[in-house]
Design a protein around this ligand. Sequence first.
Ligand code: RFL
Ligand code: PHB
Length: 408
Amino acid sequence: MRTTVGIIGAGPAGLLLARLLHRAGVDSVVLESRDRAYVEHRQRAGILEQGTADVLRAAGAGERMDREGLRHDGIELRFDRRRHRVDLPALTGGRSVTVYAQTEVCKDLVALQLKEGGPLLFGAEALAVEGAASDRPRIPFRYQGREDVLECDYAVGCDGFWGVARQAVPAGVSRVYERTYPYAWLGVLADVAPSHDELVYARHERGFALLSMRPPAGRHRPGGEAASLPVESFVSRLYLQVPRGTEAGRWSDEEIWDELERRFETDDDWHLERGPVTRKSVTPMRSFVHEPMRHGRLLLAGDAAHIVPPTGAKGLNLAVGDVVTLARALVHEKETGSAELLDTYSATCLRRIWQAERFSHDMTTLLHRAPDATAFDDRLQLARLERIASSRAAGTDLAEGYTGFPLG
Ligand code: RFL
Ligand code: PHB
Protein backbone atom coordinates (compact mmCIF):
# COMPACT_ATOMS: atom_id res chain seq x y z
CA MET A 1 0.00 0.00 0.00
CA ARG A 2 1.32 3.44 -0.87
CA THR A 3 0.23 7.00 -0.03
CA THR A 4 1.64 10.49 0.39
CA VAL A 5 1.00 10.85 4.14
CA GLY A 6 0.66 7.77 6.34
CA ILE A 7 -1.24 8.65 9.51
CA ILE A 8 -1.19 6.40 12.58
CA GLY A 9 -4.21 6.90 14.85
CA ALA A 10 -7.80 8.08 14.33
CA GLY A 11 -8.19 10.24 17.42
CA PRO A 12 -8.94 13.93 16.90
CA ALA A 13 -5.37 14.61 15.67
CA GLY A 14 -5.26 11.91 12.99
CA LEU A 15 -8.83 12.43 11.80
CA LEU A 16 -8.52 16.20 11.49
CA LEU A 17 -5.13 15.95 9.76
CA ALA A 18 -6.62 13.57 7.18
CA ARG A 19 -9.51 15.98 6.67
CA LEU A 20 -7.30 19.06 6.21
CA LEU A 21 -5.02 17.22 3.77
CA HIS A 22 -7.98 15.92 1.79
CA ARG A 23 -9.39 19.45 1.45
CA ALA A 24 -6.01 20.58 0.09
CA GLY A 25 -5.75 17.68 -2.38
CA VAL A 26 -3.03 15.70 -0.56
CA ASP A 27 -3.80 12.00 -0.15
CA SER A 28 -3.39 10.05 3.06
CA VAL A 29 -4.21 6.72 4.67
CA VAL A 30 -5.25 6.49 8.34
CA LEU A 31 -4.46 3.33 10.33
CA GLU A 32 -6.44 2.90 13.57
CA SER A 33 -5.89 -0.08 15.83
CA ARG A 34 -9.31 0.06 17.54
CA ASP A 35 -12.78 -0.30 16.04
CA ARG A 36 -15.08 2.54 15.04
CA ALA A 37 -17.38 2.25 18.06
CA TYR A 38 -14.42 2.56 20.43
CA VAL A 39 -13.08 5.67 18.69
CA GLU A 40 -16.52 7.28 18.68
CA HIS A 41 -17.46 6.55 22.30
CA ARG A 42 -14.26 7.00 24.32
CA GLN A 43 -15.23 9.61 26.97
CA ARG A 44 -12.66 12.37 27.09
CA ALA A 45 -12.52 16.09 26.43
CA GLY A 46 -15.50 18.39 26.54
CA ILE A 47 -14.29 21.94 25.88
CA LEU A 48 -13.30 23.44 22.53
CA GLU A 49 -11.38 26.70 22.39
CA GLN A 50 -12.74 29.26 19.98
CA GLY A 51 -9.77 28.65 17.65
CA THR A 52 -10.56 24.90 17.60
CA ALA A 53 -14.22 25.54 16.78
CA ASP A 54 -13.14 27.89 13.97
CA VAL A 55 -10.78 25.25 12.52
CA LEU A 56 -13.52 22.60 12.55
CA ARG A 57 -15.90 25.00 10.80
CA ALA A 58 -13.31 25.90 8.15
CA ALA A 59 -12.70 22.17 7.59
CA GLY A 60 -16.43 21.69 6.88
CA ALA A 61 -16.85 19.73 10.11
CA GLY A 62 -18.65 22.31 12.22
CA GLU A 63 -22.27 21.95 11.21
CA ARG A 64 -23.49 19.73 14.06
CA MET A 65 -21.17 21.48 16.54
CA ASP A 66 -22.87 24.78 15.68
CA ARG A 67 -26.27 23.19 16.15
CA GLU A 68 -25.68 21.13 19.28
CA GLY A 69 -22.64 22.67 20.97
CA LEU A 70 -23.11 25.23 23.73
CA ARG A 71 -21.23 28.50 23.75
CA HIS A 72 -19.96 29.26 27.25
CA ASP A 73 -19.01 32.79 28.19
CA GLY A 74 -17.83 32.03 31.70
CA ILE A 75 -16.52 29.51 34.19
CA GLU A 76 -17.04 29.53 37.91
CA LEU A 77 -14.24 29.19 40.46
CA ARG A 78 -15.48 27.96 43.79
CA PHE A 79 -13.38 28.24 46.94
CA ASP A 80 -13.90 29.00 50.61
CA ARG A 81 -17.65 28.28 50.12
CA ARG A 82 -17.79 31.26 47.72
CA ARG A 83 -18.35 31.55 43.96
CA HIS A 84 -16.45 33.70 41.50
CA ARG A 85 -17.44 33.88 37.85
CA VAL A 86 -14.67 34.48 35.29
CA ASP A 87 -16.28 36.38 32.43
CA LEU A 88 -14.32 35.10 29.42
CA PRO A 89 -15.37 37.55 26.64
CA ALA A 90 -15.17 40.58 28.95
CA LEU A 91 -11.57 39.73 29.81
CA THR A 92 -10.35 38.59 26.39
CA GLY A 93 -11.91 40.98 23.93
CA GLY A 94 -14.81 38.68 23.11
CA ARG A 95 -13.45 35.13 23.19
CA SER A 96 -15.43 32.19 24.55
CA VAL A 97 -15.35 28.36 24.52
CA THR A 98 -17.76 25.73 23.20
CA VAL A 99 -19.00 22.71 25.13
CA TYR A 100 -18.98 19.95 22.52
CA ALA A 101 -17.62 16.53 23.44
CA GLN A 102 -14.60 14.88 21.84
CA THR A 103 -16.81 11.86 21.09
CA GLU A 104 -18.95 14.10 18.88
CA VAL A 105 -15.95 15.73 17.15
CA CYS A 106 -14.67 12.23 16.33
CA LYS A 107 -18.08 11.03 15.06
CA ASP A 108 -18.34 14.05 12.75
CA LEU A 109 -14.80 13.61 11.39
CA VAL A 110 -15.13 9.82 10.94
CA ALA A 111 -18.38 10.28 8.98
CA LEU A 112 -16.78 12.89 6.70
CA GLN A 113 -13.65 10.82 6.14
CA LEU A 114 -15.61 7.67 5.24
CA LYS A 115 -17.86 9.65 2.90
CA GLU A 116 -15.37 11.93 1.18
CA GLY A 117 -11.80 11.22 2.27
CA GLY A 118 -9.09 8.62 1.71
CA PRO A 119 -8.87 5.21 3.36
CA LEU A 120 -9.50 5.03 7.11
CA LEU A 121 -8.81 1.48 8.29
CA PHE A 122 -10.23 0.45 11.67
CA GLY A 123 -8.63 -2.57 13.33
CA ALA A 124 -5.31 -1.74 11.60
CA GLU A 125 -2.48 -1.73 14.13
CA ALA A 126 0.76 0.00 13.17
CA LEU A 127 3.69 -2.09 14.43
CA ALA A 128 6.50 0.46 13.98
CA VAL A 129 7.76 3.31 11.83
CA GLU A 130 10.79 2.24 9.79
CA GLY A 131 13.19 4.38 7.79
CA ALA A 132 12.13 7.69 9.36
CA ALA A 133 15.48 9.20 8.38
CA SER A 134 15.20 7.94 4.76
CA ASP A 135 13.21 9.34 1.80
CA ARG A 136 10.62 6.60 2.02
CA PRO A 137 9.36 5.77 5.52
CA ARG A 138 7.43 2.52 5.95
CA ILE A 139 4.75 1.60 8.43
CA PRO A 140 4.32 -2.16 8.85
CA PHE A 141 0.83 -2.90 10.16
CA ARG A 142 -1.49 -5.77 11.00
CA TYR A 143 -4.97 -5.76 9.46
CA GLN A 144 -7.59 -8.52 9.29
CA GLY A 145 -5.09 -11.10 10.47
CA ARG A 146 -2.48 -10.22 7.81
CA GLU A 147 0.66 -8.12 7.88
CA ASP A 148 1.05 -5.39 5.30
CA VAL A 149 3.22 -2.29 4.81
CA LEU A 150 2.15 1.32 4.21
CA GLU A 151 4.83 3.17 2.23
CA CYS A 152 4.63 6.94 2.35
CA ASP A 153 6.45 10.21 1.76
CA TYR A 154 5.77 11.24 5.37
CA ALA A 155 4.69 9.21 8.40
CA VAL A 156 2.70 11.01 11.08
CA GLY A 157 2.33 9.64 14.59
CA CYS A 158 -1.11 10.69 15.86
CA ASP A 159 -1.23 7.54 17.96
CA GLY A 160 -1.58 9.06 21.42
CA PHE A 161 0.63 8.71 24.47
CA TRP A 162 0.87 4.89 24.28
CA GLY A 163 1.51 4.69 20.51
CA VAL A 164 4.50 3.28 18.59
CA ALA A 165 5.55 6.30 16.51
CA ARG A 166 7.50 8.14 19.21
CA GLN A 167 9.64 5.04 19.73
CA ALA A 168 11.06 5.48 16.21
CA VAL A 169 12.92 8.62 17.31
CA PRO A 170 16.43 7.47 18.33
CA ALA A 171 17.17 7.76 22.06
CA GLY A 172 20.09 10.10 21.40
CA VAL A 173 17.74 12.57 19.65
CA SER A 174 14.75 12.42 22.05
CA ARG A 175 14.40 14.77 24.99
CA VAL A 176 11.58 14.11 27.44
CA TYR A 177 10.24 16.53 30.07
CA GLU A 178 7.79 14.98 32.48
CA ARG A 179 5.90 15.36 35.73
CA THR A 180 3.41 12.97 37.29
CA TYR A 181 1.01 14.18 39.96
CA PRO A 182 0.20 12.29 43.18
CA TYR A 183 -3.52 12.41 42.39
CA ALA A 184 -5.96 11.35 39.67
CA TRP A 185 -9.51 12.19 38.51
CA LEU A 186 -12.48 9.96 39.16
CA GLY A 187 -14.86 10.94 36.34
CA VAL A 188 -18.56 10.08 36.21
CA LEU A 189 -21.38 10.59 33.76
CA ALA A 190 -24.72 11.00 35.50
CA ASP A 191 -28.16 11.02 33.98
CA VAL A 192 -29.27 14.30 35.54
CA ALA A 193 -29.30 17.87 34.23
CA PRO A 194 -26.17 19.85 35.23
CA SER A 195 -26.71 21.78 38.47
CA HIS A 196 -25.18 24.90 36.95
CA ASP A 197 -25.29 26.26 33.41
CA GLU A 198 -21.51 26.89 33.28
CA LEU A 199 -18.53 24.75 34.35
CA VAL A 200 -17.65 24.89 38.06
CA TYR A 201 -14.03 24.38 39.17
CA ALA A 202 -13.97 23.85 42.94
CA ARG A 203 -10.99 24.06 45.27
CA HIS A 204 -11.66 22.38 48.61
CA GLU A 205 -9.45 21.18 51.45
CA ARG A 206 -10.67 17.63 50.69
CA GLY A 207 -9.56 18.01 47.05
CA PHE A 208 -10.64 19.36 43.67
CA ALA A 209 -14.04 18.82 42.03
CA LEU A 210 -15.34 19.80 38.58
CA LEU A 211 -18.85 20.07 37.26
CA SER A 212 -19.16 19.83 33.47
CA MET A 213 -21.80 18.57 31.06
CA ARG A 214 -22.50 16.48 27.96
CA PRO A 215 -25.30 16.58 25.43
CA PRO A 216 -27.98 13.95 26.10
CA ALA A 217 -27.29 10.49 24.62
CA GLY A 218 -29.22 9.45 21.55
CA ARG A 219 -29.64 12.97 20.18
CA HIS A 220 -26.86 12.68 17.63
CA ARG A 221 -28.58 11.77 14.43
CA PRO A 222 -26.96 13.26 11.34
CA GLY A 223 -29.20 16.11 10.32
CA GLY A 224 -31.05 15.91 13.66
CA GLU A 225 -32.94 18.74 15.29
CA ALA A 226 -32.37 22.13 13.78
CA ALA A 227 -32.65 24.03 17.05
CA SER A 228 -29.80 24.01 19.57
CA LEU A 229 -30.42 21.85 22.60
CA PRO A 230 -31.29 23.58 25.89
CA VAL A 231 -28.80 23.08 28.74
CA GLU A 232 -31.56 21.50 30.89
CA SER A 233 -31.57 18.56 28.48
CA PHE A 234 -27.83 17.92 29.02
CA VAL A 235 -26.45 15.29 31.40
CA SER A 236 -23.82 15.91 34.10
CA ARG A 237 -20.13 15.14 33.69
CA LEU A 238 -18.43 15.35 37.08
CA TYR A 239 -14.90 14.79 38.34
CA LEU A 240 -13.37 14.30 41.81
CA GLN A 241 -9.71 14.46 42.76
CA VAL A 242 -8.74 11.04 44.18
CA PRO A 243 -5.35 9.56 45.18
CA ARG A 244 -3.26 8.19 42.31
CA GLY A 245 -3.89 4.48 41.82
CA THR A 246 -7.53 4.63 42.99
CA GLU A 247 -9.82 2.03 41.37
CA ALA A 248 -13.11 3.50 40.13
CA GLY A 249 -15.09 0.55 41.50
CA ARG A 250 -14.00 1.37 45.06
CA TRP A 251 -16.35 4.36 45.11
CA SER A 252 -20.08 3.70 45.41
CA ASP A 253 -22.45 6.10 43.66
CA GLU A 254 -23.62 7.43 47.00
CA GLU A 255 -20.06 8.08 48.21
CA ILE A 256 -19.37 9.97 44.98
CA TRP A 257 -22.44 12.19 45.38
CA ASP A 258 -21.72 12.82 49.06
CA GLU A 259 -18.14 13.84 48.28
CA LEU A 260 -19.17 16.06 45.35
CA GLU A 261 -21.72 17.76 47.57
CA ARG A 262 -19.10 18.51 50.24
CA ARG A 263 -16.61 19.95 47.77
CA PHE A 264 -19.14 22.10 45.88
CA GLU A 265 -20.89 23.41 49.01
CA THR A 266 -21.44 27.18 49.15
CA ASP A 267 -22.87 29.63 51.66
CA ASP A 268 -25.77 30.50 49.35
CA ASP A 269 -28.65 28.21 48.37
CA TRP A 270 -26.86 26.41 45.49
CA HIS A 271 -27.87 22.77 45.32
CA LEU A 272 -26.32 19.71 43.61
CA GLU A 273 -28.89 17.54 41.83
CA ARG A 274 -28.22 13.78 42.03
CA GLY A 275 -29.08 11.15 39.45
CA PRO A 276 -28.11 7.68 38.22
CA VAL A 277 -24.37 7.28 37.52
CA THR A 278 -24.00 5.71 34.08
CA ARG A 279 -20.19 5.63 33.74
CA LYS A 280 -17.21 5.75 36.10
CA SER A 281 -13.48 5.85 35.33
CA VAL A 282 -10.17 7.07 36.72
CA THR A 283 -7.67 9.21 34.78
CA PRO A 284 -4.08 9.67 35.96
CA MET A 285 -2.60 13.17 35.76
CA ARG A 286 0.60 13.81 33.85
CA SER A 287 2.55 16.60 32.18
CA PHE A 288 4.81 15.34 29.37
CA VAL A 289 6.61 16.85 26.38
CA HIS A 290 8.72 15.00 23.83
CA GLU A 291 11.12 17.11 21.80
CA PRO A 292 11.63 17.38 18.91
CA MET A 293 8.30 16.62 17.22
CA ARG A 294 10.01 15.75 13.95
CA HIS A 295 12.68 13.22 13.07
CA GLY A 296 13.42 13.06 9.33
CA ARG A 297 10.15 12.16 7.64
CA LEU A 298 8.41 11.16 10.86
CA LEU A 299 6.25 13.82 12.52
CA LEU A 300 4.47 13.57 15.86
CA ALA A 301 1.22 15.37 16.70
CA GLY A 302 -1.19 15.52 19.65
CA ASP A 303 -0.88 13.24 22.68
CA ALA A 304 1.86 11.25 20.89
CA ALA A 305 4.14 14.22 21.57
CA HIS A 306 2.70 15.87 24.69
CA ILE A 307 0.27 15.38 27.57
CA VAL A 308 -1.25 17.94 29.90
CA PRO A 309 -3.27 17.29 33.05
CA PRO A 310 -6.95 17.78 32.07
CA THR A 311 -7.61 20.69 34.46
CA GLY A 312 -7.01 23.36 31.82
CA ALA A 313 -9.03 21.51 29.11
CA LYS A 314 -6.12 21.85 26.68
CA GLY A 315 -5.25 18.38 25.31
CA LEU A 316 -7.66 18.20 22.38
CA ASN A 317 -7.08 21.85 21.53
CA LEU A 318 -3.32 21.32 21.40
CA ALA A 319 -3.78 18.34 19.10
CA VAL A 320 -5.84 20.53 16.76
CA GLY A 321 -3.18 23.27 16.81
CA ASP A 322 -0.46 20.75 15.91
CA VAL A 323 -2.26 19.31 12.91
CA VAL A 324 -3.25 22.73 11.54
CA THR A 325 0.45 23.68 11.54
CA LEU A 326 1.42 20.29 10.14
CA ALA A 327 -1.18 20.25 7.36
CA ARG A 328 -0.02 23.69 6.25
CA ALA A 329 3.62 22.48 6.16
CA LEU A 330 2.83 19.26 4.27
CA VAL A 331 0.67 21.07 1.71
CA HIS A 332 3.40 23.70 1.24
CA GLU A 333 5.94 20.94 0.59
CA LYS A 334 3.67 19.23 -1.95
CA GLU A 335 2.88 22.49 -3.76
CA THR A 336 6.31 24.13 -3.78
CA GLY A 337 8.78 21.31 -3.04
CA SER A 338 10.09 23.37 -0.12
CA ALA A 339 10.40 21.72 3.31
CA GLU A 340 10.88 25.05 5.10
CA LEU A 341 7.62 24.82 7.07
CA LEU A 342 8.30 21.19 7.96
CA ASP A 343 11.70 22.29 9.25
CA THR A 344 10.07 24.77 11.64
CA TYR A 345 7.08 22.54 12.53
CA SER A 346 8.46 21.32 15.85
CA ALA A 347 9.66 24.71 17.11
CA THR A 348 6.44 26.46 16.03
CA CYS A 349 4.24 23.93 17.87
CA LEU A 350 6.44 23.75 20.95
CA ARG A 351 6.08 27.46 21.69
CA ARG A 352 2.32 27.06 22.05
CA ILE A 353 2.61 23.67 23.75
CA TRP A 354 4.83 25.02 26.51
CA GLN A 355 2.39 27.86 27.17
CA ALA A 356 -0.38 25.26 27.48
CA GLU A 357 1.85 23.10 29.71
CA ARG A 358 2.45 26.09 31.96
CA PHE A 359 -1.23 27.02 32.05
CA SER A 360 -2.39 23.44 32.75
CA HIS A 361 0.19 23.01 35.49
CA ASP A 362 -0.83 26.33 37.08
CA MET A 363 -4.56 25.49 36.97
CA THR A 364 -3.83 22.05 38.43
CA THR A 365 -1.74 23.29 41.35
CA LEU A 366 -4.16 26.17 41.93
CA LEU A 367 -7.10 23.82 42.48
CA HIS A 368 -5.83 20.42 43.69
CA ARG A 369 -4.66 19.55 47.16
CA ALA A 370 -1.35 17.65 47.24
CA PRO A 371 -1.22 14.86 49.85
CA ASP A 372 1.74 16.59 51.54
CA ALA A 373 0.23 20.11 51.39
CA THR A 374 0.89 22.22 54.48
CA ALA A 375 -1.29 24.93 56.03
CA PHE A 376 1.02 27.44 54.34
CA ASP A 377 0.36 25.85 50.91
CA ASP A 378 -3.39 26.04 51.59
CA ARG A 379 -3.24 29.74 52.41
CA LEU A 380 -1.12 30.45 49.32
CA GLN A 381 -3.65 28.65 47.14
CA LEU A 382 -6.48 30.73 48.57
CA ALA A 383 -4.44 33.90 48.07
CA ARG A 384 -3.89 32.97 44.40
CA LEU A 385 -7.64 32.44 43.97
CA GLU A 386 -8.42 35.72 45.77
CA ARG A 387 -6.06 37.49 43.43
CA ILE A 388 -7.84 36.08 40.36
CA ALA A 389 -11.19 37.11 41.83
CA SER A 390 -10.12 40.65 42.68
CA SER A 391 -7.59 41.70 40.02
CA ARG A 392 -8.56 42.25 36.42
CA ALA A 393 -4.97 41.51 35.35
CA ALA A 394 -4.95 38.14 37.14
CA GLY A 395 -8.44 37.30 35.84
CA THR A 396 -7.37 38.22 32.33
CA ASP A 397 -4.34 35.94 32.53
CA LEU A 398 -6.58 33.00 33.42
CA ALA A 399 -9.22 33.86 30.80
CA GLU A 400 -6.61 34.22 28.04
CA GLY A 401 -5.10 30.86 28.88
CA TYR A 402 -8.49 29.15 29.14
CA THR A 403 -9.81 30.45 25.82
CA GLY A 404 -6.53 29.49 24.14
CA PHE A 405 -3.17 30.64 22.88
CA PRO A 406 -2.93 31.68 19.23
CA LEU A 407 -1.97 29.10 16.62
CA GLY A 408 1.65 29.46 15.50
P1 RFL B 1 -5.89 10.05 21.04
O1 RFL B 1 -7.25 10.60 21.18
O2 RFL B 1 -5.31 9.28 22.19
O3 RFL B 1 -5.89 9.13 19.74
C1 RFL B 1 -4.83 8.27 19.41
C2 RFL B 1 -5.38 7.17 18.54
O4 RFL B 1 -4.31 6.34 18.09
C3 RFL B 1 -4.71 4.99 18.15
N1 RFL B 1 -3.50 4.15 18.20
C4 RFL B 1 -3.06 3.40 17.17
N2 RFL B 1 -3.55 3.18 15.94
C5 RFL B 1 -2.86 2.36 15.10
N3 RFL B 1 -1.72 1.71 15.47
C6 RFL B 1 -1.19 1.90 16.70
N4 RFL B 1 -0.07 1.27 17.06
C7 RFL B 1 -1.87 2.78 17.61
N5 RFL B 1 -1.63 3.18 18.89
C8 RFL B 1 -2.64 4.01 19.23
C9 RFL B 1 -5.59 4.94 19.40
O5 RFL B 1 -6.45 3.80 19.40
C10 RFL B 1 -6.33 6.25 19.29
O6 RFL B 1 -7.54 6.12 18.57
O7 RFL B 1 -4.82 11.19 20.70
P2 RFL B 1 -4.99 12.60 19.90
O8 RFL B 1 -5.67 12.37 18.59
O9 RFL B 1 -3.66 13.21 19.96
O10 RFL B 1 -6.02 13.43 20.76
C11 RFL B 1 -5.68 13.91 22.04
C12 RFL B 1 -6.93 14.00 22.93
O11 RFL B 1 -7.62 12.77 22.88
C13 RFL B 1 -6.58 14.35 24.39
O12 RFL B 1 -5.55 15.29 24.44
C14 RFL B 1 -7.79 14.93 25.15
O13 RFL B 1 -8.79 13.96 25.30
C15 RFL B 1 -7.37 15.45 26.54
N6 RFL B 1 -8.52 15.90 27.36
C16 RFL B 1 -9.09 17.13 27.17
N7 RFL B 1 -8.66 17.93 26.17
C17 RFL B 1 -9.27 19.12 25.94
O14 RFL B 1 -8.85 19.85 25.03
N8 RFL B 1 -10.37 19.57 26.66
C18 RFL B 1 -10.87 18.82 27.66
O15 RFL B 1 -11.86 19.22 28.26
C19 RFL B 1 -10.20 17.58 27.98
N9 RFL B 1 -10.66 16.81 28.97
C20 RFL B 1 -9.03 15.09 28.36
C21 RFL B 1 -10.11 15.57 29.17
C22 RFL B 1 -8.53 13.80 28.57
C23 RFL B 1 -9.07 13.04 29.56
N10 RFL B 1 -8.52 11.74 29.70
C24 RFL B 1 -9.31 10.57 29.77
C25 RFL B 1 -7.11 11.53 29.45
C26 RFL B 1 -10.65 14.80 30.17
C27 RFL B 1 -10.12 13.55 30.40
C28 RFL B 1 -10.72 12.77 31.53
C1 PHB C 1 -14.97 17.70 30.49
O1 PHB C 1 -16.12 18.11 30.28
O2 PHB C 1 -14.66 16.51 30.33
C2 PHB C 1 -13.93 18.63 30.97
C3 PHB C 1 -14.21 19.98 31.05
C4 PHB C 1 -13.25 20.86 31.51
C5 PHB C 1 -12.01 20.39 31.89
C6 PHB C 1 -11.71 19.02 31.80
C7 PHB C 1 -12.68 18.15 31.34
O3 PHB C 1 -11.09 21.26 32.37
